[in-house]
Design a binder for this molecule. Structure first.
Ligand SMILES: Nc1ncnc2c1ncn2[C@@H]1O[C@H](COP(=O)(O)OP(=O)(O)OP(=O)(O)O)[C@@H](O)[C@H]1O
Ligand SMILES: Nc1ncnc2c1ncn2[C@@H]1O[C@H](COP(=O)(O)OP(=O)(O)OP(=O)(O)O)[C@@H](O)[C@H]1O
Ligand SMILES: [Mg+2]
Ligand SMILES: [Mg+2]
Lengths: 462, 462
C-alpha cells in the first residue's frame, strides 16, 4: 500500500541540506559564512556603499564542535517587517530580478538558520537598521519547517543613537574549524583579490585576525535593474507578464516589458506572425500566445541584450588584484563583450598569471569566479574546468610543470549554477563557448610573451 | 528601493532547472529519460514485479529539435486521484519513507513535465492502472507554476479489457539526440548490467533498437519500510514524530518509533538523563526535548541500524553483470557490512575488473552506482571519485596504463546527493570511509592475483 505525502520547501531542504552545500560539518561551516558574506556584499556594493564587513568565528563548545558565526555589514539594512521572512521563509528574496547579484535563490540565509537550528537548537539573532532609521531592530528567529514560516522568539527595538545602518547576523552551529580553516581563509583571500574597495576582517576561533584593508575607494558602477530579453521568453513567463500588466495593445506591451525590442523591428515581426500589433494583450488566444513565445525566442532581429544590468570586475581591478595576491612575473587580462544564453546577458573575464611567486604545477591553477564570488568546491562539475582541461597548452609554448595560473570570472543576471550550493557553473553551451574564447585570447598573449622570452634567451646564450 | 518576493517550488525550479540537471537540451533529454526509467524500476522491482520496461525516443520536429519520450512499465500503477499531484505538484512523493528507492525527492516526474511544457508547450500524457483495476485512466497534465498545482487538460477512463497494470508516460520536449545518444545508451547498458532480472527495450529516433533481455527471474528481496535510527534524530524530527503520535509514555514512544532501541538500554539511558521513562511524551518540556534529541544522537549504546530497509545488488549479480558486459580476465567483488551516517543505514559494494576486453587506461575507469542507478555526470563532485583519486595503485602492483575498471555501488535509505540531478554523492565522511575500505579490499584481492601472475611469468621465462 502506497502512501503519498507533500513537503514544504523548508522540510525538503531540512532533509536534503547537502543539496545546498551543507553536507558535512566543515563544509557547512564554509557554506554558512559564505552565504552571510555574500549577502553583506550585495547589501553594500550593489547600493553604492563601500563595504565594511566584520566577521568572527568563535568556539562555543569545543566538545560538541559548536561554533558561533557572526557577520556584520554597513549595508542598506532590512526593513523591520521583512526580517522574519528573510530569515524564516524559503524562496523569499529581493534578488529575483533581472540584475547581477551574488544572491539568486532566496535560500542562503534560510539554510544557515536551518542548519544552525538543526545542530545547535538555537535560533538566529539578527540586528538591522536601514539608512536614517530611528531604531535598530533585533529579532531571534527559527524556521517552522512544516509550514515554511518564521517563528519569532523575540523582537526588540532600541534607539539608533549613532545613526548606524546595516545588518548583523549571529548563529550557533556544528562545524569543524580544523578542516574548514584553509578553505574559509582562501575564500576571504580570493574575495579580497577582486574587491579592493571592501574592508573585510575575519576573527578566527584562535583569535588570529585575517584583515583585508580597503585599497581603493573607487567602486565599479552598480548594475541597474533590467528587462527580460525576448530570446529568453517562454510561454509561462509571457502569460505571467501579461497577467501583471493592464490590458494594453500588444506592441506597447512588448516594447515596455522587454529589452532589445525596436519599434520598426517588432511591427515587422508581428506582421509575419499575422497578429495585429494593436490587439489588446489580454485578448490573445492560447495558440497566439504559444506562437508569439516560440517566435520571439527564435527571432534573430532583436537587439543584443544590454549589459547595464551587469557589473564585471574590470581589467584594471582584476590585474591589480592578481598582481597583489599572486605576485606573478607577467599577467594578461581580457574582458569579453556581453553575450547571452537563453536571453540572459553575461560577460566573461579571463586572466593568465605567469611565473614570479607562482610555483610550477602539472596543470594550471584555476581561480573561478561567478558574479564576483570565488568558487572553491565542485570544480569537476564546472564548465570552466571542462574548458581549461581541453586547452592544448603546448601550442601556447607552455610545457608542464609550469608556473601558470588561470583566473576566469563569469557574471550574469542569472548564473546557471549546477547546484543550490552555488559552487559550479552548469554546462551551458553559450557560456562554454565564451569561456573558451576568453581563455584562448589571454593564452595567445602568454604565447607572445613566452616566444619573446625564448628569443631573448637564445640571444643571451649565443 | 527593495522589493521582496516569494516563489513556489514550481516557479523556483522552472527558473532554476539546471539545479535538477536540465542545463542544456542534450542533458535535459538524458535527465528526462532517466527520471522516468527510475520511476518505472521503483514501481516494479520494489514491489516484487519482474520489470518489463519499454522506452522510445522519437523525432517530432527535427527543425525545432523536438522529441517525444515515452516510457511504459508493468508496475503497480498510480491511484487515479493521485495522478494529477504525482505529475503536477513539486515535492509530492510516495518515497519520503525510510526505505531504499531510486527516487527520493518528489521532483523527478515534475521536472520532466516542467521542462517539456516550457520547451514544447505541451502537457504530459499519462496512462495508468493498478493491479486488478477495472479501468485504465488517462490524463493530460501541465503544472501551474504560480500555484505549484496540476492543471488537468483531459481526464478519460477506458475499460481495462486485458487486466493491464502499470504506467505509461509520454512527453514532447526539446532535446539533442546527437549529443545525448551515447550517454543515454551508456545509462541503459549500465542499468542492465546490474538489473539482469529486468527486460528493457529502447527504440531510438533512427529506429535502432537497444534491447536488454531478462537473464534471470531471481530478484533480490525488496526492502521493507524502516524506522528512523536515534543517531539521526534532531529536535525538529523528534517534535514532528511526537505530534503525529498519541500521548503515550516516553519509553513506549521511543521503542515503537525508532530502530535499534532495546528496552534495558533505553531505561538506563533515560535514567542518566533524569527524565522519567513513564512521562507522557506530549508533556515533555522544550528543554527536555532538546536534551533528549542531543543525547539520543550522541549515545553509543543503540544497536546498529538494520539493513532490512536496504537492497544491495549482491556479489553474484554484480560479478555476473560485470563479466557479461565488460568481459574481463579477472574480477574481484565485495559487499561491505551495513554502516550508517547520521543514522541512515548504507551498504557499499565494490568490484574490480581486470584485463580481458578492458582496454589499458591511464587512470581507472570508474562505474558509479547509487541505489542501483548508474551515475554518469558530475563525476568530479562525487565522493567515490575523490576516494579513487587518492588510491596509490602502485602498492597493489598496478602500473598505468593498465586494463583496470572499478565499480562502486552505494545503497542507502537516503543517498546524500550533491545536487537535485542525482548525479554525484556528497562528501559525507562516513561514506567516504566505507568506500575507501571497500576499494582497498578488492584492490588487495587484485594484488594477490597480479602477484601470482607475476610469479607464473617469472617461472615461464626461466
Ligand atoms: N546582510 C543583509 N543586508 C541586507 N539585506 C539582506 C542581508 N541578508 C539578506 N538580505 C535580504 O534577504 C534576502 C534573502 O537572503 P538569502 O540569502 O536567503 O537569499 P538571496 O541572497 O536572495 O539568494 P541566495 O539564496 O542565492 O543567497 C535577500 O534577497 C536580501 O534582500
Ligand atoms: N511509473 C510509475 N509507476 C508508479 N508510480 C509512479 C511512477 N512514476 C511516479 N510514480 C509515483 O509518483 C511519485 C512521484 O514521482 P517523482 O519522480 O516525481 O518523485 P520520486 O520518484 O518520489 O523522487 P525523485 O524526485 O527522486 O524521482 C513517486 O514517488 C511514485 O509514488
Ligand atoms: Mg543570499
Ligand atoms: Mg522519481
Amino acid at each position: 500500500d502506497v502512501a503519498f505525502e507533500s513537503l514544504t520547501p523548508a522540510e525538503w531542504f531540512r532533509r536534503n541540506k547537502e543539496i545546498a552545500g551543507f553536507s558535512s560539518p566543515s563544509r557547512a561551516m564554509y557554506q554558512a559564512i559564505r552565504e552571510l558574506i555574500e549577502n553583506a556584499l550585495d547589501a553594500t556594493e550593489n547600493h553604492g556603499i563601500l563595504p565594511s564587513i566584520k566577521a568572527s568565528i568563535r568556539y562555543v563548545d569545543k566538545d560538541k564542535d559548536l561554533y558561533s558565526i557572526y557577520v556584520e555589514d554597513n549595508g542598506i539594512g532590512i526593513p523591520e517587517e521583512e526580517i522574519p521572512n528573510v530569515f524564516g521563509q524559503i524562496f523569499y528574496s529581493s534578488k529575483y530580478k533581472i540584475k547581477q547579484h551574488r544572491g539568486i535563490f532566496g535560500l542562503g540565509a534560510k539554510m544557515v538558520v536551518l542548519y544552525a537550528q538543526s545542530t545547535s537548537g538555537m535560533p538566529v539573532k539578527v540586528m538591522s537598521a536601514m539608512k536614517g532609521s530611528q531604531y535598530i531592530y533585533t529579532y531571534e528567529i527559527s524556521i517552522d519547517t512544516v509550514k515554511n514560516k518564521p517563528v519569532i522568539h523575540s523582537h526588540v527595538r532600541v534607539e539608533n543613537k549613532y545613526g548606524w545602518h546595516g545588518t548583523a547576523v549571529k548563529v550557533v552551529l556544528e562545524g569543524n574549524w580544523q578542516y574548514a580553516k584553509s578553505r574559509i581563509e582562501e575564500y576571504f583571500t580570493r574575495t579580497a583579490m577582486i574587491t579592493p574597495y571592501a574592508e573585510i576582517i575575519l576573527i578566527e576561533p584562535n583569535n588570529e585576525v585575517l584583515r583585508f584593508n580597503r585599497i581603493t575607494t573607487i567602486m565599479p558602477k552598480p548594475p541597474v535593474e533590467g528587462l527580460p530579453h525576448p530570446s529568453s521568453i517562454d510561454l509561462e513567463s509571457l502569460k505571467q507578464l501579461i497577467n501583471r500588466n493592464s490590458d494594453i495593445p500588444l506592441i506597447d506591451f512588448l516594447k515596455e516589458n522587454f529589452d532589445g525590442i525596436g519599434d520598426e523591428t517588432v511591427r515587422e515581426f508581428l506582421k509575419t506572425l499575422g497578429i495585429r500589433a494593436s490587439k489588446h494583450v489580454k485578448r490573445l488566444s492560447e495558440s497566439e500566445l504559444r506562437l508569439l513565445a516560440e517566435k520571439m525566442r527564435q527571432f534573430n532581429g532583436w537587439r543584443r541584450p544590454r549589459a547595464d544590468w551587469l557589473s564585471p570586475i574590470g581589467e584594471k581591478i582584476l590585474a591589480n588584484g592578481i598582481l597583489h595576491v599572486l605576485k606573478p612575473e607577467a599577467i594578461f587580462v581580457t574582458t569579453r563583450k556581453p553575450a547571452s544564453y537563453s536571453g540572459h546577458p553575461f560577460i566573461v573575464e579571463a586572466a593568465i598569471a605567469w611565473g614570479g611567486s607562482i610555483m610550477p604545477v602539472d596543470k594550471p591553477i584555476l581561480y573561478r569566479y561567478a558574479n564576483k564570488v570565488p568558487l572553491l568546491q565542485d570544480e569537476g562539475s564546472d564548465v570552466i574546468r571542462h574548458v581549461i582541461d581541453e586547452v592544448d597548452w603546448g601550442q601556447y609554448k607552455v610545457k608542464f610543470p609550469a608556473p601558470l595560473a588561470v583566473v576566469v570570472h563569469v557574471c550574469s543576471t542569472k548564473i546557471p549554477y549546477a547546484s543550490a550550493g552555488k559552487e559550479a557553473i552548469a554546462d551551458v553551451p553559450e557560456i562554454e563557448k565564451e569561456v573558451r574564447l576568453a581563455v584562448r585570447e589571454v593564452a595567445r598573449k602568454l604565447k607572445v610573451y613566452l616566444a619573446r622570452k625564448e628569443k631573448e634567451q637564445e640571444l643571451l646564450t649565443k
